[in-house]
Design a binder for this molecule. Sequence first.
Ligand SMILES: [Zn+2]
Length: 187
Amino acid sequence: VSPSGTPPIRRQVPVLVVLANSQRPRRAPHARQGRAEDHFTSVEQANRLLAPLGLTRPIAEEDLDALSALASEASAVASSLAAGRPTPTPTVINELASRALGHRRLEIRNGAAESTVVWEYSSAACELANRLIQELGALDSTRLRECARPECTLVFYDTTRPGTQRWHAEDPCGWTERQRRRRRHQP
Ligand SMILES: [Zn+2]
């Protein structure tokens, strides 16, 4: 149990969800069709997508191809984990993650010696890959799902206590589906 009181399996997996959904069509309000957007054509777009993740490394032009490849692989891994299918070998994720350097730092606190590991990431893509692996390593794959609304393929991680969340979000998917079901049951 983390200091915030949330059991590890119910801790959010923001990097996985953001990357996995970045190349899936997202429907604008009132639009009939979802549209897939390429978030990795400029640093500005990549920043807009990844800003909520609070990276310590800035995104550079040279990161864009790696970020795009990382997102594709994260998406494929998420889909297969959610469906209980064999997962593709995570070559891009592991390759990017391996470009980090780690060292131990000695800290003396109140007369006691403490050892901590400090990570130095070579790039934003490397930092994301490392965070992604950390999230995947603590994941309960039965809580990783694709939205149950047929037109929506967005991935979400169910952190509710009962673990029965079906839609990536109530708005629009949850209420659209409930409305549809209600209509179906009307005579
Ligand atoms: Zn949805």
